[in-house]
Design a protein around this ligand. Structure first.
Ligand code: NI
Ligand code: MN
Length: 226
């Protein structure tokens, strides 16, 4: 299974000829490693409705027919925008897709789309089982104690925001790493906009000095093979 960082919070998962996109914000993303029209996933998983996560979802889904899994209000709204395979779900639920499953878990953040604040609902974290691996995408969130329960899912990788300002910053992300107990950690949601500037190598050093996990600070476009 290959996990590719596309910049900000966008990732591609590829295994057994199947592709999953997570939070595919590429157009307008200064760190994007790929153009939206260059990816053709069978599945798109969304953490919440903010446009730095929904991004190119509607265009990609209309072009490819991808199944789009999101929390109820966002999934329903995407259906109203013409996304044929929008699949609204909610926290605690596990939804199957082509090649894997996703379980929606809580995240502490807000969720709405655009300046008119449409598709209001709740944000989620994603526990993705795909290609023999279990990957947790925390989405945008602060630190919260129930990450210890997410850790009981038996994670191989935890993908965590470290930008601060809109999400947890590096110090709280270190506490999250201890609760999640994933052997591998991948930071995201940093260096896209001025308020979320961080040094990924400093974070990697903190993770490896202060926890039992290994940190992979992927440059946009770089992949981790699991
Ligand atoms: Ni957000
Ligand atoms: Mn965000």
């Amino acid at each position: 299974m290959e996990l590719t960082y596309l910049g900000h919070s966008a990732f591609l998962l590829e295994a057994d000829g199947k592709t999953v996109a997570v939070d595919p914000f590429l157009t307008g993303n200064s760190t994007a490693a790929r153009a939206a029209d260059s990816i053709s996933p069978e599945t798109i998983l969304l953490t919440h409705a903010h446009n730095d996560h929904v991004g190119d979802t509607i265009e990609i889904a209309k072009r490819t027919g991808a199944k789009v899994i999101a929390t109820y209000e966002l999934g329903t709204w995407l259906g109203q925008q013409g996304v044929e395979n929008a699949t609204p779900a909610n926290h605690g639920g596990t939804v199957a897709f082509d090649g894997g499953t996703v379980k929606l878990v809580p995240a502490w953040h807000t969720s709405s789309y655009g300046e008119d604040f449409v598709a209001p609902g709740v944000p989620a974290g994603l526990v993705v089982r795909f290609g023999g691996q279990t990957i947790y995408f925390a989405g945008d969130t602060c630190l919260f104690g129930d990450m210890a329960l997410v850790g009981e899912e038996g994670l191989d990788v935890a993908v965590l925001p470290i930008g601060d300002h809109f999400t947890m910053g590096p110090a709280d992300a270190i506490k999250a790493v201890r609760l999640l107990k994933a052997p591998a950690v991948v930071p995201c949601h940093y260096n896209t906009f001025p308020p979320i500037r961080q040094d990924p190598n400093a974070f990697k050093q903190m993770v490896e000095e202060q926890t039992d996990s290994t940190c992979h600070a992927l440059a946009p476009g770089a992949s981790l093979t699991l």
